[in-house]
Design a protein around this ligand. Structure first.
Ligand code: CMP
Length: 139
């Protein structure tokens, strides 16, 4: 079925001017950018967005990293968009990511891993609503 997922191009990627190269991977995989904005996350936004990881040892570092530069938040639409996007991104740890994936080709390490993508359709709906109002999404 046609689905939507939330994508974030992270500060390590925007810093290295990789936004277009990453969007190209999404589009070539059949995902369509139906909403997009470049923003600087506040500490509060990053803490809230990653709230599920609050107790993890990497939480403070993650929040510092995600607020260290601009991010590009996007809604991607397509057939099975959640799982398709996860395939294109590759494993969280670039050392374990498959050949040809975004994280294998671009990520610096497990934290600065270039992209975020929703891990389920349910979380996608929550994450999309976190950044976009319905009138900002044009399918
Ligand atoms: P993301 O898919 O956005 O979800 C949580 C993020 O935390 C992850 O990508 C990484 O950027 C970061 N992170 C840092 N260390 C770890 C770790 N050990 N395990 C999982 N995620 C980590």
């Amino acid at each position: 079925a046609t689905e939507r997922t939330l994508s974030i191009i992270k500060p390590d990627a925007t810093r290295r001017n990789l936004t277009g190269a990453i969007v190209d991977r999404f589009e070539k995989a059949g995902l369509r950018v139906v909403a997009q904005k470049r923003i600087k996350l506040s500490k509060e936004q990053a803490e809230q967005f990653y709230g599920v990881h609050k107790e993890r040892p990497f939480f403070n570092g993650l929040v510092a990293f995600m607020t260290s530069g601009p991010v590009v938040v996007q809604v991607l639409e397509g057939e099975n968009a959640v799982s398709r996007n996860r395939e294109v991104m590759g494993a969280t740890n670039p050392a374990q990511a498959a050949e040809g994936t975004i994280r294998k080709d671009f990520a610096e390490d497990i934290e600065a891993n270039s992209v975020h993508g929703s891990d389920s359709a349910e979380n996608a709906a929550t994450e999309i609503a976190f950044f976009f109002s319905s009138d900002e999404i044009v399918g």
